[in-house]
Design a protein around this ligand. Sequence first.
Ligand code: AMP
Ligand code: MG
Length: 428
Amino acid sequence: MTPPLSLNSIAERLQGYDPQALSAKHVNDFLAQLVQPVREQDSVALMQAHGRILAQDVVSPISVPPHDNSAMDGYALRGSDLKTDRPSLLKVVGTALAGTAWPGQVQAGECVRIMTGAIMPTGLDTVAPQELVHVAGDTVQVPPGLLQAGDNRRLTGEDLMAGQPALRAGTRLSPAACGLLASLGLPTVPVWRRPKVAYFSTGDEILSLGQAPREGAVYDSNRYTVAGMVQALGCELIDMGVVRDEPAALEQAFRDAAAQADAIITSGGVSVGEADYTKAMMQKLGDVAFWRIAMRPGRPMAVGRISQGERAAVLFGLPGNPVAVMVTFAAFVRPALQQLMGWQAPAQPLLKAKSTETLRKKPGRTEYQRGIVSTNAAGELVVSTTGNQGSGVLSSMVQANGLIVLGHTQGNVAVGDEVEVMMFDGHL
Ligand code: AMP
Ligand code: MG
């Protein structure tokens, strides 16, 4: 494996890198070079594999389905026996049930009663659904023009052919992917170890739940939003609560976190003019850059690596404001953690929706506004904002179902203009 790049060498490779005015694109590009995927494998039972990331390509050991079989309850026949100008009359010579092969031979002009999933008897290639035919005694009448040779037959391997790749390494095991692996008869799967992500909040005004309210203090909401976002992605959370704004406490917390975790997320204490020790301690213990990002909300952010012995953890020092934490997580931390997980995540498509409002926007920064996407009477996607866009207003994150992303060069938006929206998809 290639050794990790220093922050300086990553910065040198990025055209136009300016830590005092970084574009959102620069941040993503920088993090893509900083983060190295966890490369340890676990083997897990398929029932425990949901949400995990596949560590190796899976080649189908068998074909699915393993035989040609019927897609309907009805009558299996030879397509060549079908008449196009009059009803076809066929004699029923047996019944093929799912789970066992019907052993007989079928002559021209004969058919076999067949159930869904049953193996197609030798020589037969078509199934007439039972709703389509008239049965009289042991004779079946198929009306002309309703059926073509090959209808209602599932072919061997039409889902997966033995020897062909079924899933690629880096795939997230969705319910559908788990079902697919089960259809191949695979009881265990190789997955990447889940990254461990340590989180703590900083700030002397931050109260843990259970503490009595006091003047000037606020309850720690970031701990809960970050915990939810980290776990929704499929990372393991190391929850470290609130760390006091004292050098010794911060140093201990960073060292503990780096000793166990693959990534450390903190909130608070990274803005300019902060009176606290968080930045100083990051600088002392790690290779850390302090950025001002051309975005709203969420301008300040610290990024780097903190080493402890042999290990190094990636650091994401997020701002303190609750909405800024969620937005910087969605825009930057989430893709970086996906890379850490080994997840070859398909690019998340942004939706385009018509704005129902005028939006004020200055070119030269990326803005993320909380939006509610819906469909109007004409069936078009439209988006409105949730109102108060203050970076501390969490209730507007709850109301929103997506973030309106107003790109770096974009100016004001008029009513009816199309804007891009990042949908929450249950992750935020
Ligand atoms: P800071 O980035 O430390 O300047 O914090 C910015 C704002 O976010 C301040 O109003 C803080 O009180 C608030 N804040 C910081 N951390 C938290 C937290 N963990 N939960 C809720 N609010 C916070
Ligand atoms: Mg603070």
